[in-house]
Design a binder for this molecule. Structure first.
Ligand SMILES: [Zn+2]
Length: 202
């Protein structure tokens, strides 16, 4: 669908698409020279790898999506669209606790291993198409404003747009000065091909 829309907008556009997991080394490697990354994947491993690409290869990006939370009675207590601009050297998904080590470990297991360990009860995935449409629109606006030099001189906050209250919450990203993944003195920042990406083989 993306390819069709891009071609309609610009028939001479060069499009490469990979229907594959960004966490695989062969796929992540193709993104090293990107000018910008829209991270809209669900898995923690995708966040891990793209977070590394951003800081290792100095690529601006945005993480976008939505979150719906229900209490034990099934009452929806939170529903929001999230747009989180990510810039090299300005805090990362680790600093902001947006990569869950437990989920990351769980994703690394096979289906059989997951069953054997009987992780907590999974919630069914809610339908979030309209929430995601809000975050996608804002993320593209932010990208356009930045690349056209039109963004007002303001700090790049994370934006949470609450569908229950209609309120916009601006969250100042945290930046851990000792973060090994994104601090300038860490193991990854601006190292390019000098260190490996945290990818799966394949
Ligand atoms: Zn960090």
């Amino acid at each position: 669908m993306a390819r069709r829309l891009i071609q309609q907008a610009n028939p001479s556009a060069h499009i490469e698409h990979f229907a594959a997991d960004v966490a695989k080394a062969s796929v992540a490697g193709r993104l090293k020279g990107s000018d910008y990354i829209f991270l809209a994947a669900n898995s923690m491993r995708a966040r891990l790898v793209v977070n590394a690409l951003i800081h290792q290869y100095l690529i601006p990006a945005v993480q976008l999506g939505s979150k719906v939370r229900a209490d034990e009675q099934g009452q929806v207590v939170d529903a929001f669209s999230a747009i989180r601009p990510l810039r090299p050297g300005a805090g990362c998904l680790w600093c902001n606790q947006l990569i869950d080590p437990n989920l990351l470990a769980k994703e690394a297991k096979t289906d059989a291993e997951r069953k054997a360990q009987a992780y907590g009860v999974e919630e069914p995935n809610p339908s979030v198409i309209s929430l995601n449409a809000v975050s996608a629109g804002h993320a593209v606006n932010d990208f356009l404003m930045d690349y056209l030099g039109l963004r007002a001189d303001r700090p790049l906050h994370y934006q949470h747009i609450n569908a229950l209250t209609g309120k916009l919450q601006l969250v100042e990203p945290r930046q851990d000065v000792d973060c090994p993944e994104c601090s300038t003195g860490g193991m990854r920042f601006a190292r390019g091909d000098g260190v490996d990406l945290p990818c799966m083989e394949g």
